[in-house]
Design a protein around this ligand. Structure first.
Ligand SMILES: C[S@@+](CC[C@H](N)C(=O)[O-])C[C@H]1O[C@@H](n2cnc3c(N)ncnc32)[C@H](O)[C@@H]1O
Length: 358
């Protein structure tokens, strides 16, 4: 795998066999913040989880999910010792498929041990039990995670299940939560014969995302503010002229919800003449765009907040009194709408620089 360059200070407390077990292609842990609840998809040896555990500290929590028993055993083997060394008991490892984050495979295995399956009826009963577990004790509940990280795993999910995986990521995140995913992408479609090669599958080649389609999967699942925050320049590997490299993508959840009119406007600073957001609003450089209250507040957060000036109305509109806002178009807000039709002030010139400007 391409080298990922973890911060050495977080590796110092980890046992050698975890440090050595290096199957990642980036370092999403660098984007995690203190106090956050983190979910690591395909946690492997637990290295990224144990790094995140140190970053989030005592107020945060880290959950690693992997379906591979030897990997889980390795991650769990050192759990007590690392927790005691750090004085932090904030990490857990769960057995599950990342495209099915409701089903706790440890719990399901317990049931299977007591109810061995030997025929089709048993299989159907087991399926019903799995559904019951998903509904009654989901491994990762809805809206429970601040940030999902993953390092070189999503490509390993079969093509038919990738959309389900993105749906699950969206489900478990809190509103305002985000994904930071490092994975392998390619610049052209992987030919079918390479997709069927089992060795290339485990080598993170066959399932690699075409780079534009990786971003599209986030978009289709309902994320916004989707950004490649890292992309290696040179390829990590080239096969038949197709380049494979590592990228880290960040994507946010939280653009869904009702739209209310509070007479707010935003002015896109540039440098592009115009840009389009994930809801289809077109924002022209320097023009006052009419936005709903939800969009106004969304743009005040990462990753947008440095790109706009925010114009509040002179007379605030209480949210309880606000009318629905039709968010489908891209309307321009007349300055009179924010100042008020009867605004008629004439004032003395105020100083605009340390020595005045005119
Ligand atoms: C390339 S390794 C990366 C491990 C770890 N993220 C790291 O950076 O070292 C892929 C890991 O993902 C796990 N994995 C692959 N597909 C998975 C799936 N569908 N559900 C759960 N875990 C999966 C594997 O068992 C393995 O531990």
């Amino acid at each position: 795998m391409p080298s990922n360059g973890y911060d050495a200070k977080y590796l110092a407390v980890l046992p050698e066999e975890i440090v050595r077990c290096d199957y990642g292609c980036g370092d999403p842990s660098r984007f995690v913040l203190e106090g956050e609840t983190v979910l690591d998809l395909g946690s492997g040896s637990g290295k990224v989880c144990y790094i995140c555990a140190q970053i989030v500290g005592p107020k945060g929590r880290v959950i690693g999910v992997d379906f591979n028993q030897p990997m889980l055993d390795l991650a769990r083997k050192h759990q007590k010792h690392i927790a005691e060394t750090l004085g932090l008991h904030n990490t857990s490892f769960r057995k599950g498929k990342i495209q099915d984050l409701q089903l706790d495979l440890d719990e399901f295995e317990e049931w299977l041990a007591a109810n061995p399956v030997s025929d089709a009826d048993g299989y159907l009963q087991a399926q019903a039990e799995a559904d019951r577990l998903r509904q009654e004790s989901p491994m990762i509940p809805d809206h429970s995670i601040d940030v999902i990280v993953s390092n070189c795993v999503l490509n390993l999910v079969t093509p038919g299940e990738k959309r389900r995986l993105f749906g699950e990521m969206f489900r478990v995140l809190k509103v305002g939560g985000r994904c930071v995913i490092s994975d392998i992408v390619c610049d052209e479609d992987v030919p079918e014969d390479l997709q069927k090669d089992p060795q290339l599958w485990s080598g993170c080649i066959s399932g690699a995302f075409r780079e534009d389609l990786l971003l599209k999967l986030f978009e289709d699942a309902g994320f916004y503010g989707i950004q490649m925050i890292e992309r290696t320049n040179g390829p990590w590997q080239t096969i038949r002229g197709i380049e494979f490299r590592s990228v880290t993508v960040q994507a946010f959840k939280g653009k869904q919800g009702p739209c209310f009119e509070r007479n707010q406007a935003v002015i896109y600073k540039g440098p592009w003449r115009k840009v389009t957001d994930d809801d289809g609003h077109v924002l022209e450089r320097g023009r006052r765009a009419a936005v709903c209250d939800k969009t106004f507040r969304l743009y005040q957060r990462e990753p947008y907040r440095d790109q706009f000036y925010f114009v509040e109305p002179r007379e605030p509109v209480a949210i309880e009194a606000a009318k629905p806002f039709d968010c489908r178009g891209s309307a321009i807000r007349h300055p009179r709408q924010t100042k008020g039709l009867d605004y008629d002030a004439t004032t003395e010139a105020s100083k605009c620089g340390p020595d005045g400007c005119c």
